[in-house]
Design a protein around this ligand. Structure first.
Ligand code: PMP
Length: 350
């Protein structure tokens, strides 16, 4: 080993879903939205001036935070934006999880949480989901250095009611509680109304799923002004210009078109409910999804085999080779056409 090698940080990175180069793939593997962003986003895109590339962006990202604050009925100092919710969450880990006590998150959840905890040397414990993949609220009544969980959870797709989130907050007044609402628009009740009551709550959302803008990388956190200031202080100590100009402009356009947003959500929810029926007929058990994906297991054929055979056919879904979920597939809800291709292929396992 060279002397300098011992100074290299050793980390086991998060593995994102595959982004195939081929265009003809039925891509149901990374929970993107199959519909385009709102028409106003496209209009903004074609009318960019040179300045949007030449000049630095507004470090405060105020055009976007103001639109989001208006939309959610918050003050502008209650919103923080970043490069996808991954960036926002990573900042939040750095900002809020600095205790010697372990932070808590479920054993089966978004696998980036343990990666950030390792990267930032944050101790953590992962209470096990129950046998139905539900969080057990009593597991979060112990001393901790913070709590984070997605609602709906990923990759299980299961939603916890607002009363559950409230219970976790009631039992954890001394910790920051982060609710990762990446998928909340697909049928869940957001924890946002609880912000008035709980100053230790941070709600994180994203433009990647419900607003069809995964490629633009826009995420945001909402909480009381003291939390948002703390996030900004860390951000400005790290990178002043996280958000690029096109994202700031197009993100604001997306939020303005409520009708398009609602219409797109309704289409995906319809397709999801249809998919639950179809997949059940084909021998799958589907967890009760409140998101834009289904978490399913087949009654005869191993998930890994289905995953591989689908891939050969150019139909990409997600398979996690990890404890307790290695016989499940996570299938993003696509257009009805894409889903028909999936059902057609799955007929062979019936
Ligand atoms: N949270 C959860 C639960 C997710 O599934 C994802 C998507 N991988 C993210 C956060 C991050 O999404 P993005 O960075 O695109 O906002």
């Amino acid at each position: 080993m060279k002397a300098w090698e011992k100074n290299i940080r050793q980390v086991e990175p998060y593995v994102p879903g595959e982004q195939p180069k081929r265009r003809d793939v039925v891509k149901l593997n990374t929970n993107e939205n199959p519909y385009p962003p709102a028409p106003g986003v496209e209009k903004a895109r074609i009318s960019f001036s040179d300045d949007s590339l030449r000049l630095y962006p507004d470090p405060t990202a105020s055009d976007l935070t103001d639109v989001l604050a208006d939309y959610y009925g918050l003050n502008r100092d209650q919103v923080f934006v970043g490069v996808g919710s991954d960036d926002v969450l990573a900042m939040a880990f750095m900002t809020f999880f600095n205790s010697d006590l372990p932070i808590l998150f479920p054993d089966i959840t978004y696998s980036f949480y343990s990666v950030w905890a390792d990267l930032f040397h944050i101790p953590y414990e992962r209470p096990a989901l129950d046998s139905a993949f539900r969080m057990v609220k009593e597991d979060y009544y112990r001393p901790n250095g913070g709590i984070i969980f997605p609602n709906p959870n990923a990759p299980t797709s299961l939603l916890e009611p607002l009363s559950f989130v409230r219970d976790i907050l009631d039992h954890n007044q001394d910790s920051i509680v982060i609710v990762d609402e990446a998928y909340i628009d697909f049928g869940g009740q957001s924890a946002l109304p609880l912000l008035e009551e709980y100053e230790n709550l941070l709600v994180v959302q994203t433009f990647s799923k419900s607003r069809s803008m995964a490629g633009m990388r826009i995420g945001y956190a909402m909480g009381n002004a003291a939390l948002i200031k703390a996030l900004n202080d860390v951000k400005y100590s790290y990178n002043s210009y996280t958000m690029n100009r096109p994202s700031l402009i197009m993100g604001a356009e997306a939020v303005k078109d409520e009708a398009y947003f609602k219409e797109t959500l309704a289409k995906i929810i319809d397709t999801r409910e249809e998919a639950k029926k179809k997949l059940t007929e084909l021998g799958f058990f589907c967890l009760d999804s409140a998101s834009n994906f289904l978490f399913v297991t087949h009654n005869k054929v191993p998930a890994k085999q289905i995953f591989e055979e689908l891939k050969t056919e150019g139909i990409y879904v997600r398979y996690f080779n990890s404890a307790r979920i290695d016989n499940y597939l996570r299938i993003t809800i696509g257009t009805p056409d894409q889903m028909e291709k999936l059902y057609g292929f799955l007929e062979r396992y019936r």
